[in-house]
Design a protein. Sequence first.
Length: 254
Amino acid sequence: MAIRVRAEAFTYVAHALGVVAAVMVLVWCIHFRGGLAFHSQTNKNLIFNIHPVLMLIGFIIIGGEAIIAYKAIPGRKEVKKVIHLVLHAIALIVGIVGIYAAFKYHNESNIANLYSFHSWLGIGTICLYGIQWVYGFLVFFFPGGPQTLRSESLPWHVVFGLFVYILALSTAVLGFLEKLTFLQSSGLAKYGPEAFLVNFTSIVTILFGAFIVLTAISSPPGVTDDFNYSAIYNTNISWRCVLLEFKSLLICPN
Ligand code: HEM
């Protein structure tokens, strides 16, 4: 059975969910948590608040938009490739600054570093993201690998990229859960508006990620080319093909 779905519809839903998630995390950190600051002598929590804002808006949302750039933006392949790698670079840099903010908050508040599963997963994810970006840059952009290496690397680039992105989503949701648990242990109402806001931000984040992945594996608008995500699937998504891809180590029967 083959289900044929075009990417455009998914991209609109993904953009809308990204805007909603960004607004929610800003309302949480600014309205409920007191605001954002890189330096504060009196309230170190303001330094921490930079972390979820930059990780969600920078790493997850801009990173997600980078993934779907080939499907969401009309135009030539070369232009889309540059937008894809630039958005990923922005996501990576903003993600590194966001992690720096978490370390700064810990160090200035005398809290231990890297003790939680969230932090381990976070460091692993950002390292894999960086490796994926550098490999993609060298092989597909500059200086660019030989044709055989590019075509053999492409399916791995797509699957590994989506794997790292799902790791990033998991890390972010764990982060929301961890912070909310800390706050509830210190007296925050379990069914209060802030708790609902944080939990719904996690839900919207997961939905956003789901639509990014759906967009990435669905049909591109217009004609396909050799170096976009559609290279694996040609013009139509086939779920049987997707399953066979994973089962037979990315050898598509088409
Ligand atoms: C993919 C996105 C994210 C990554 C890669 C990430 C990564 C990290 C890292 C590496 C640390 C350790 C800092 C240290 O030990 O000094 C950390 C701390 C923390 N993060 Fe995140 N984070 C992400 C998103 C979030 C989000 C959305 C929240 C929501 C509030 C959050 C909440 C926390 C909390 C509460 C800590 C301090 C406690 C701990 O170290 O686990 N994180 N994060």
